[in-house]
Design a protein around this ligand. Structure first.
Ligand code: GDP
Length: 368
């Protein structure tokens, strides 16, 4: 069978038709309008109405580094929280080329046909894509991006993994308040970001490919252990048998792992994101997992654990930021580092001095 990549319809790069007379003046300026600024309550009302423009603007505030935006964002999140939490959150990971975009488009369209509302978010602290190209993401998921019940948002701009992940976690709250009942959090399966995604989703889906015989090579054990479901993509054409073989190898490998805390046995399925076959079965698996863990209490337990985790993450982040932004600390840090390098003081004494300086300049008595 011809590989789909050779298909005219499946070219990675798509050139859109241009517009004949592009206006050089922003339509806002033309009409003498500035973008309206809303109060936190107005934002929340808009979000609860499912107003996508307001939701997007609120997400932009969440992602902003500016202090005043952050304050506003926190107020919006706080007010949205009572309306959040009712979705199923699914983490999707796989190495580049595994077919995440193609699959999310396929999974998403399946959900659209079921009348669901889907938000697709991403955690990708490293890549070019995280520079905020919404267009890039739209062309990645062509069908889904045309759906009014789908909200696609690229990863927050590059930064520390913890920071990027926290923003995505906060965006989940806003999307849920806006009525999205299914949330995808996509990440590229090559770094630490899986752990971050795992800490904010209910179900963790690992996309794999049938390889050249040694399928299990290169897959970090930790990632497999996190997975609630492993799905082998590109089970189409000549690749069908290989995909089935890979699936049975994965099933065997999973037997070697200790049972998961959820009591759920991870399943392995094959499918084709491109031909959209086997998608219903994947959805059935996720539905079964949700019913199973809701029944045995694990679903609620995991969400509580995640809330706790994020509380501590937030404390650590805030303390770290306050420490490094403290002017006295910032002024002394380099000098202290030099002393350590010259073996004049030990690392521990140096650290204690800096912490004491931080505490005393923050009005807290140093620890002895
Ligand atoms: P991502 O990097 O994980 O987002 O992967 P993409 O969705 O961009 O897919 C990478 C490539 O895999 C694409 O160029 C497709 O040609 C191919 N691909 C994706 N899904 C399938 C599938 O179900 N079958 C086949 N044969 N190829 C696929």
């Amino acid at each position: 069978m011809e590989h789909p990549e050779n298909d005219e319809l499946y070219k990675g790069l798509k050139v859109n038709k241009g517009v004949a007379n592009v206006s050089s003046v922003s339509p806002y300026l033309k009409r003498g309008l500035r973008r309206r600024e809303y109060t936190p309550s107005e934002y929340v009302e808009g979000i609860l109405r499912g107003d996508i423009t307001i939701l997007s603007q609120a997400v932009t505030l969440v992602e902003s580094m500016k202090r005043e935006h952050q304050q506003l964002a926190q107020e919006i999140i706080e007010k949205s929280l009572p309306y959040a939490g009712k979705s199923v959150r699914i983490g999707i990971t796989g190495v580049p080329g595994a077919g995440k975009s193609t699959s999310i488009d396929a999974f998403g369209m399946h959900l659209m046909h079921e009348g669901r509302k889907l938000a697709v978010l991403a955690i990708d602290p490293s890549s070019e894509r995280s520079k905020g190209s919404i267009l890039g993401d739209k062309t990645r998921m062509e069908d889904l991006s045309r759906e009014k019940n789908a909200f696609i948002r690229p990863s927050p701009a590059a930064g520390s993994l913890g920071g990027v992940a926290r923003k995505t976690r906060e965006t989940i709250v806003l999307c849920e308040a806006a009525g999205f009942d299914t949330i995808f959090v996509e990440t590229v399966g090559v770094g630490q970001s899986e752990t971050a995604v795992h800490s904010m989703v209910d179900f963790f889906l690992l996309i794999q490919l049938a390889g050249t015989g040694d399928e299990l090579q290169g897959i970090k054990r930790g990632i497999m252990e996190m997975a609630d479901g492993i799905v082998i993509n590109k089970a189409d054409g000549d690749n069908m048998e290989k995909a089935r073989l890979a699936a049975s190898q994965f099933r065997n490998a999973l037997h070697l792992f200790p049972p998961a805390d959820s009591g759920w046995t991870p399943q392995v399925l094959t499918y084709s994101g491109y031909y959209r076959t086997g998608i219903r079965e994947i959805w059935k698996m996720i539905g079964d997992y949700v019913s199973f863990t809701k029944q045995n209490g694990y679903f609620a337990y995991k969400r509580n654990e995640q809330s706790k985790y994020w509380m501590y993450e937030s404390i650590h982040d805030t303390l770290k930021e306050a420490f490094y932004h403290n002017p006295s600390v910032a002024g002394m840090l380099e000098e202290t580092e030099k002393q350590v390098l010259k073996n004049e003081i030990s690392s521990f004494v140096a650290a204690k001095r800096m912490i004491d300086l931080f505490l005393s300049t923050s009005g807290v008595k140093p620890i002895h």
